[in-house]
Ligand binder design. Structure first.
Ligand code: B12
Length: 210
């Protein structure tokens, strides 16, 4: 079933993909596995885009499908974890980048794992992160980005936090398609999380929850 879901998404068969997800959700499939299958499908879509087989409309359609699937899977995840807020995480997609599907999954998993999450959206300028840190006082910051140009935005964001004198008050994690340990070093962040669950693990570690 999960393989079929990957095929349906990569072949832009929206109706079939949503039907499969409904059956999986009704059949009590692990919601994290459903999201993993979607991530795999998005990788394939990305490769086809790179290869010139797919164009922007396909990227948009895949993005739309994933949004709908996330909405369908959400209630399942919600039910799994008790909602006692254990720490604050501020998250956003950095300036110049509008990709938010992965970020939304991270926000959502943090939320269902008991964190108070403030998601400040996409294309967020460094100064906005600084203002929000002052207002929300999070312990953890999540920077998401999928474009190569997001490397610079991440660096600028960390610098702005530093210049505002807030760097030692927060731990900063980065993530998103093109991100890596090297980008983490370049940006001056504290950690790179390869997927949403790793973001949750990092936040737990930093806040002192196991
Ligand atoms: C869907 C998509 C779009 C959609 C986005 C819809 C949306 N609402 O997000 C639309 C159509 C808008 C889009 C636009 C563009 N896109 Co686009 N897009 C994609 C695609 C196919 C999938 C991205 C995705 O959603 N993946 C699924 C999610 C679940 O994965 P994820 O984001 O990586 O997140 C996971 C982890 O990384 C992690 N994570 C994410 N964030 C964070 C944060 C933290 C703190 C942590 C710990 C973890 C974490 O957790 C998630 C779940 O495990 C990728 C291809 C790919 N393989 O990534 C291209 C891709 C990212 N896009 C690309 C490009 C080029 C563009 C455009 C420039 C195209 C254009 N010519 O206009 C524009 C950019 C606009 C802009 N300024 O941002 C390139 C980037 C290349 C590069 N090196 O910069 C890619 C890689 C495609 C390609 N192979 O060429 N895109």
């Amino acid at each position: 079933m999960l393989e079929k879901l990957v095929d349906a998404i990569t072949n832009m068969n929206e109706k079939e993909a949503l039907g499969i997800v409904k059956a999986l959700v009704d059949g009590d499939e692990d919601p994290v596995k459903i999201l993993d299958a979607c991530t795999k499908a998005m990788e394939i879509v990305g490769k086809r885009f790179e290869a010139g087989e797919y164009f922007l409309p396909e990227l948009m359609m895949a993005g739309e499908m994933l949004k709908q699937i996330s909405e369908m899977v959400k209630p399942k995840l919600k039910g799994e974890v008790a909602s006692r807020k254990r720490g604050k995480v501020l998250i956003g997609t950095v300036q110049g980048d509008v990709h938010d599907i992965g970020k939304n999954i991270v926000s959502f998993l943090l939320d269902v794992n008991g964190f108070e999450v403030r998601d400040i959206g996409i294309d967020v300028p460094p100064i906005k992160f600084v203002e929000e840190i002052k207002d929300f006082k999070p312990q953890v910051i999540g920077l998401s980005g999928l474009l190569t140009l997001a490397y610079d935005s991440m660096k600028k964001t960390v610098q702005a936090i530093q210049e505002a004198g807030l760097r030692d008050k927060v731990k900063i994690m980065i993530g998103g398609g093109q991100m890596s340990e090297r980008v983490k070093e370049f940006a001056g962040a504290d950690a790179f999380g390869k997927d949403a669950m790793e973001g949750v693990t990092l936040a737990k570690k930093w806040i002192g929850i196991n």
